[in-house]
Design a protein around this ligand. Structure first.
Ligand code: O7M
Length: 211
């Protein structure tokens, strides 16, 4: 069965990143990287990590069309599988990401795992995301009310959800409410046995959802 887990590889060190990717890469749907690993190692690490898994670059793009296009083009050049953009910057910016992404999957943030997120604009953000042609939406796995709301309005767009584990969300709950994939970072990479912990998350989904 295809893994439902996206591993958030939020570390700085090159060797640590590569070792974690080698250990869990085959057992996850994708590895999501963010600024910490890029700031330390540069964009080339996308290519290196791609040996082990699909790499989603969580750069949370939020800029004018030209800038987001330039960043997206670079991620594509280095073999990214996907890229994550904000959507509050509006339709033109998000369309520019989708256009430059080519075959890469574009995910747009429409709600966040932090309570302080401006949830009053989520409905509009989903509308913009759909119109721009994104592949999926980011919605919180630790805030059931908002995850459910995004699911109801998603019209088939994939939903990926952070907030499970370290931020208090429950993996089975998130999947039942509509997440297609959950994003998990610290609970896995800070564990003494990252692979065992990952397999524990996977089997809790398989046990509950296949009953
Ligand atoms: O499991 P954690 O809490 O260690 O990591 C969660 C990851 O998801 C981490 O990389 C965050 O930057 C990211 N994330 C959130 O925690 N909350 C959000 O609302 C959105 C994201 C995210 O991945 O956005 C694409």
């Amino acid at each position: 069965m295809e893994s439902k887990i996206i591993f958030a590889l939020d570390v700085y060190d090159y060797n640590t990143a590569m070792e974690l990717a080698r250990t869990v890469g085959e057992k996850v749907f994708a590895i999501k990287i963010n600024w910490p690993v890029i700031l330390e190692n540069g964009i080339k690490i996308v290519r290196d990590l791609s040996k082990y898994a699909n790499i989603i670059c969580d750069f949370k793009l939020a800029d004018i069309d030209n800038t987001v296009s330039m960043i997206t083009t670079k991620v594509k050049e280095y073999g990214g599988y996907g890229i994550i953009s904000h959507s509050f910057t509006g339709l033109n910016s998000l369309k520019a990401v989708v256009k430059s992404a080519g075959n890469m999957k574009v995910f747009s943030v429409v709600s966040m795992s932090q309570e302080s997120y401006l949830d009053n604009i989520t409905e509009e953000l989903i509308k913009i995301s759909r119109e721009a042609g994104v592949y999926g939406l980011v919605a919180p796995g630790n805030r059931p009310y908002y995850l459910k709301k995004v699911k109801e309005l998603s019209e088939g767009l994939k939903i990926i959800s952070p907030g499970v584990g370290a931020q208090g969300g429950d993996i089975v709950n998130a999947m039942l409410l509509g997440s297609d994939y959950v994003i998990i970072g610290r609970s896995i990479y800070n564990s003494l046995d990252p692979l065992g912990t990952l397999e524990g998350f996977s089997s809790s989904i398989n046990n509950k959802l296949n009953k």
